[in-house]
Write a protein that binds this ligand. Structure first.
Ligand code: 0WE
Length: 257
């Protein structure tokens, strides 16, 4: 019997089979959770439908985190289907591509700042607010995905680093705000993984190689490894952990010279 038996998990951020959130959805389903995926826009609908069918019989839910009304109607949908939610996973991030290359001081704009923070940070708070009534009395868990660029200056990551720093602060503030109702809030800071988002980054291969050369484990991490850590953090095995950023990066972040 899995350690998420009887839990209901809403996973936002699956675009295709390479998505980190797909690794999370699969790991949670493996541990016995009922998993509902969401898709953003008709372009990804059929792909996410196929993936959802691999881990159960729940059709995915249309959900655009940037649309406040859409968020409410999606939660109504989840409410009528499930009655409540135990786990919410957030893996949405976006910054304009032209701000993810070059010298930060040259390329940063207010518009890029606004978009990156709205999509990559505020949407996690919005999701927590929308799920809040559905998580009452269930010792729920929320999880976000971050990156080392939140706490280190990393080449080209630029405004996404600011947005991830804001996301990580949001994890702490939400953990503080929702802890009294029994809801835990954590994040995983994952090492680089080849995903749809990463395919838009030039020289991603060089980043992967650098990590594999310098991380203590001398390799990159997989979606399944992030998924297993996510399943743990959202389970009662982690009942004493909240407001924490857990690194799943083969140890890369602890290395100095
Ligand atoms: O958080 C991320 C990816 C975030 C991301 C990626 C894109 C690509 C296409 C956000 N917005 C966009 N917008 C696009 O138009 N990662 C941790 C992966 C990543 O992204 C980087 C990295 C790494 C690693 C960007 C620059 C440098 C390194």
């Amino acid at each position: 019997m899995g350690f998420l038996e009887g839990k209901k998990a809403l996973v936002v951020g699956v675009a295709n089979e390479r998505s980190i959130c797909w690794g999370i959805a699969r790991a949670m389903a493996e541990q016995g959770a009922e998993v509902m995926l969401t898709y953003q826009g008709e372009r990804t609908r059929s792909r996410v439908e196929e993936l959802a069918a691999q881990i159960g019989n729940l059709p995915p839910l249309p959900l655009d985190l940037m649309d406040a009304d859409g968020l409410c109607s999606a939660m109504d949908n989840v409410h009528s289907c499930w009655g409540g939610v135990d786990i919410g996973v957030h893996g949405a991030a976006f910054a304009p591509k032209n701000e993810l290359a070059g010298n930060y001081a040259d390329v940063a704009t207010l518009e890029g700042f606004r978009i990156a923070h709205e999509v990559s940070s505020h949407s996690f708070t919005a999701m927590a607010q929308a799920l809040r009534p559905l998580m009452q009395g269930r010792n729920g868990a929320l999880l976000a995905l971050s990156y080392l660029g939140a706490v280190r200056a990393m080449e080209n990551y630029n405004v996404m680093g600011l947005a991830k720093a804001s996301l990580e602060a949001g994890v702490r503030y939400l953990a503080h705000a929702l802890g009294p109702e029994g809801t835990r809030v954590n994040a995983i800071s994952a090492g680089p993984i080849r995903t749809l988002a990463a395919s838009g980054i030039s020289d991603f291969r060089a980043i992967l190689d650098h990590y594999a050369q310098h991380a203590p484990l001398r390799r990159n991490v997989t979606q399944a490894e992030v998924g297993n850590a996510a399943a743990f953090l959202c389970s009662s095995l982690a009942s004493g952990i909240t407001g924490e950023i857990t690194y799943v990066d083969a140890g890369y972040s602890i290395v100095g010279f």
